[in-house]
Ligand binder design. Structure first.
Ligand SMILES: *Cc1c(COP(=O)(O)O)cnc(C)c1O
Length: 398
């Protein structure tokens, strides 16, 4: 009974749990070599705090989002009473279609959200250029990319604001949590004022999250994951509940509160091991990429020039949906760390239907239909990795 997690999260040590009084924000500032970041209760909360701050004193109502991203990103926009406008992806890629973006952006655009999906760094230059032309803000969604860099600086600092997620499965975790960055000192002040106004302390949430973090410390290892992740996954798959299987079943109720002292301290202690962990993942990814790119018909998402992403998992694009589904039929329930990222393009989630503007997003739908993910967890051994590669090769050979 062993289960590889779908993403390479940083495991906790008992030592992490026995700490108090560490200054997580200061330690993150050192790790990132960036101005003091702001800790929030989730990545989604960081996005809401940012949008609320931008909204104040602006008549603009639209926020442009990639049509394939975490549904929470759209729910946060709706939470603020703003209109999510979807921008299609470039063909065969997670990045925005920049021509489409230029056409969508206008005097009504409050902000553009650009996403560093799965640790891969987005092509920021065209987005910054288009936003500047229309006076729109840029928010970098770096939820899955803590540690990634673009032109030598951490992602999240090129735009006006950027956020990382500290949720389970995103790397460093406080079970739920977020980190908010902004280059500009005046904006950083505004973000803190907004957070103080809309996200105060909440003891019930803090208790719940603290217990959940203890559970994570206990179970985040191959045997524990068979119970905590594998068992519910296979049950959801048997019932055909794919949105549940990947944990995309979100609702409009978004908790907004502070992140308590103990969990911050745990995060700070675990952060000490993050640089070495990211190094290990990078080295393993470099080796395994060499093998993956040799598989005929498989396209592997990689970084562009000037970018050093992180490697929680590989995003693999197959030639068509039937082939992708045939591969998943053999691999998804196998415990080998193969999964899907988000099940649908945003317009295809029942709970988002009719709440989004611009739903003609063929490339995003195509990406959702042809992509699968392969974990880069160090627990996935060489033999197991090879097993996955062979199954992919067989599936791709007509
Ligand atoms: C997880 C995620 C979010 C939301 O972060 P939470 O901390 O879970 O609220 C936003 N964007 C992307 C791309 C994500 O993966």
């Amino acid at each position: 009974m062993r289960e590889i997690p779908p993403t390479a999260g940083l495991p906790l040590c008992w030592r992490d749990l026995l700490s108090l009084g560490h200054d997580f924000e200061a330690d993150l500032a050192t790790f990132l070599d960036a101005p003091l970041p702001q800790i929030t209760c989730s990545g989604t909360a960081a996005e809401i705090i940012t949008l609320r701050s931008f909204q104040n004193g602006s008549e603009r109502r639209q926020v442009i989002l990639p049509a394939y991203t975490c549904p929470l990103v759209a729910l946060a926009v709706l939470h603020c009473g703003l209109t999510p406008v979807l921008c299609d992806l470039a063909p065969d890629h997670f990045d925005l279609d920049h021509e489409r973006l230029a056409a969508l952006c206008g005097p009504q655009t409050l902000a553009i959200v650009v996403t560093h999906l799965g640790g891969r760094v987005a092509n920021l230059a065209p987005v910054l250029h288009i936003a500047a032309r229309h006076g729109a803000y840029v928010i970098e969604d770096a939820a899955q990319a803590l540690g990634a860099r673009w032109r030598g600086q951490p992602v999240g600092l090129a735009g006006d604001a950027g956020f990382y997620s500290l949720a389970v499965g995103k790397g460093l975790t406080t079970f739920e949590g977020g980190v908010l960055l902004a280059r500009d000192a005046a904006l950083r002040h505004t973000l803190r004022m907004t957070a103080a106004a809309i996200a105060g302390p909440d003891r019930r949430w803090e208790w719940r999250r603290s217990l959940e973090l203890l559970g994570y410390a206990l179970l985040y290892r191959p045997v524990g994951l068979a119970l905590a992740y594998g068992w519910p996954l296979r049950r959801a798959l048997r019932r055909g509940r794919l949105i549940e299987a990947v944990g995309d079943d979100f609702s409009d109720a978004i908790p907004l509160h502070t992140l308590g002292r103990w969990r911050r301290s745990v995060g700070a202690r675990a952060l000490e091991r993050l640089p070495a962990f990211l190094e290990t993942l990078h080295a393993q990814a470099t080796r395994r990429l060499n093998r993956l790119v040799q598989i005929d018909g498989l396209r592997v998402m990689q970084d562009a020039d000037e970018a050093q992403g992180t490697w929680p998992f590989f995003m693999l694009l197959l030639p068509d949906q039937p082939t992708r589904d045939a591969a998943l039929a053999q691999l998804w329930h196998s415990g080998l760390g193969v999964s899907r990222l988000y099940i649908h393009a945003l317009p295809d989630y029942p709970y988002l239907a009719n709440r989004l503007s611009e739903t003609d997003t063929p490339h995003a739908r195509d990406f959702a239909a042809r992509m699968l993910t392969l974990s880069n967890s160090p627990w996935l051994g060489e033999a197991e990795f090879e097993q996955v590669c062979v199954i992919l090769e067989r599936t791709l050979t007509p």
